[in-house]
Design a protein around this ligand. Structure first.
Ligand code: SF4
Length: 208
């Protein structure tokens, strides 16, 4: 099978980077986790802090066996698949092997492509720049909306009305706008207690 066919089948994937660190955001903030950042994204957020991930061709294409073997070198057994936009790929083969090796699987996605993979935790972070695929709403465990503009509160409520009951609702100030929106988010969460705040604590700790 050539590389292009293997990538289409999800048995090989472009990996921009993979590293063991502390999850900084969301429900599992503070938990050690191995991050697998897949290359490739067609969402185009203006404030994206990993724009170098957008072009998938820039990154080495690895077999899922190689990706999982690298993860096994660390003691933690929580894996976060992120990007880029990881759902550009069929994640069934990678997550099947991770599960077989005893990993707990998380994903962070904009939901802009059809859902695939076997995940224990799905962090859905919709973006205004490309509409989510409908398949994400039934599987999202956490709705994390990055607040960059005043209109993002309304955007957050629109998506909150579409996720399943029990999905955690999080508002996170975009890092460069934190001084503008943090107080507004605090007041919003106090008056809309179904929402919680997520902060990018890894940036305070200066870790990846
Ligand atoms: S979805 Fe993520 S990787 Fe893609 S442009 Fe937006 S922030 Fe960047």
């Amino acid at each position: 099978m050539d590389k292009k066919t293997a990538v289409a089948a999800g048995t090989m994937l472009p990996v921009m980077e993979a590293f063991y660190t502390i999850q900084g955001e969301g429900t599992f903030s503070g938990h050690p986790a191995y991050f697998i950042r897949l290359g490739g994204c067609d969402v185009g957020c203006v404030w994206c802090d990993v724009k170098e991930s957008w072009q998938s061709e820039k990154w080495p294409v690895l077999t899922v066996g190689e990706i999982v073997a690298a993860a096994k070198a660390y003691p933690g057994r929580k894996v976060v698949i992120t990007g880029g936009e990881p759902l550009m790929y069929d994640l069934d083969p990678l997550t099947a092997l991770l599960k077989l090796e005893g990993f707990v699987t998380h994903i962070e996605t904009s939901g802009a492509h059809p859902f695939s993979g076997d995940f224990d935790w799905v962090c859905f972070s919709p973006k205004k720049f490309k509409a989510p695929h409908p398949s994400i709403y039934a599987v999202a465990d956490e709705l994390k909306v990055v607040v960059f503009h005043k209109s993002d509160f309304e955007f957050a409520e629109k998506h909150a009305s579409m996720v399943v009951e029990g999905c955690k609702l999080l508002l996170q100030p975009e890092w460069s706008k934190a001084n503008v929106f943090t107080n507004e988010i605090i007041e919003y969460v106090k008056s809309h207690p179904n929402w919680n705040i997520s902060l990018q604590t890894h940036k305070f700790m200066d870790i990846p």
